[in-house]
Design a protein around this ligand. Structure first.
Ligand code: FES
Length: 217
């Protein structure tokens, strides 16, 4: 079995994570799960004068889930909410000095938790609704959470998704997602990527069936 190598920084945050715990009466809170591995992270926020005055997290996952939760909350603490929204998984990975490719999705999960907690704050305190209809643009945004470990970018920006169609109410097969993804047969991460696509799409209640085709071009 391959041994996963972590940087010293990852190990430091894993062994002594910052900002762990639950905040009392948070202004925003959310729990998100990674369909890829079943791990979860919860994020809690206190906001004052549009700034993240305090933030904490709870992890129910792997070493990089804990380390990325620690670093993402460190990065977000004290930032204006608008700036915290712009933090990306790459910021977290850079700050940790890198993550093994197959663990990059853990950083996506931590950032997703932060964004979901901010959305919770915005809907509770600012009346901003984040509900979206499930359509192709929604699915494309969800698929941006699937990172190709070898390329280090999400499959949408890497232009690996060549075709996507979602059948909604009134269509012939409501809930069917048809997707074509370009992955070479020799791609060592082909299986990871396909699995993550399936798991992310299956986590959406409106998705009933997935027809994924691998194409090579
Ligand atoms: Fe699941 Fe890291 S968050 S493997």
């Amino acid at each position: 079995m391959a041994v996963i190598k972590y940087t010293d920084k990852v190990l430091e945050h894993f062994k002594n994570p910052h900002n762990v715990g639950e905040l009392e009466n948070p202004d925003g809170a959310a729990t998100v799960g990674s369909p890829a591995c079943g791990d979860q992270v919860s994020v809690f926020l206190k906001v004052e004068n549009d700034k993240i005055q305090d933030i904490s997290f709870l992890s129910y996952g792997c070493a990089s889930n804990i380390a990325t939760g620690s670093i993402v909350t460190d990065l977000a603490k004290g930032l204006p909410v608008e700036d915290a929204k712009k933090l990306t998984w790459k910021d977290a990975v850079d700050k940790l000095g890198g993550l093994p490719p197959v663990k990059v999705h853990c950083s996506v999960l931590a950032v997703d938790g932060l964004r979901a907690a901010i959305q919770d704050y915005e809907s509770k305190h600012l009346g901003i609704s984040h509900e979206r209809a499930v359509d192709e643009s929604f699915l494309l945004d969800e698929l941006k959470k699937v990172i190709h470990p070898g390329l280090g970018v999400n499959i949408i920006d890497a232009k690996l998704v060549k075709y996507l169609r979602f059948q909604g109410e009134g269509d012939e097969k409501p809930g069917l997602v048809e997707i074509e993804i370009s992955l070479e047969e020799t791609d060592p991460y082909r299986h990871n990527v396909l699995e993550e696509i399936h798991e992310h799409l299956e986590a959406i209640p409106q998705v009933q069936e997935i027809d994924a085709k691998v194409v090579e071009y």
